[in-house]
Design a protein around this ligand. Sequence first.
Ligand SMILES: [Zn+2]
Length: 168
Amino acid sequence: MTGAILHRLDRLDCCITQNVDDLHQRAGLPADRVIELRGKATRTRCLECGAVYSRDEVHGWREVGGAVPACPACGGVVKPTTVLFGEAMPVREMEEAERRSRAADLFVVLGSSLVVYPAAYMPAHAKHTGATLVIVNLEPTPMDAQADLVIRDRAGRVMAAVLDGVRA
Ligand SMILES: [Zn+2]
């Protein structure tokens, strides 16, 4: 995947994502370069005591018997750490995403219609602090008027061309 390659070429600070399935990490991007605004489906947490378990661990318990996964430490309900629509975004990730957006010199939006707030504020933070803003999306976004460059195309196709250019 493009992010991992750009990272290896030292051209990527971080990837801010709403994906919850470790997509970017599995493609080879180090975990500390991925900011997950909607949490992780691969990690679960006990709603009572806060203990954290991997999804694989919880699947193991289900096979043993229980229908609803219960925390081995306290018996509480264990739930994926994803953020559902309407729930608050994780504070630490939001702060980190905002900080890195403000520090960016180039901010590229890839395949997002930028309608889900507060994630959609990130390109605005970047733009306000002087970043060049590029938006790659098939449909118009509310930030198009503020972008330095808008490309109406698929993210994968555009980033393949970008990689050719970076490597040339
Ligand atoms: Zn617990």
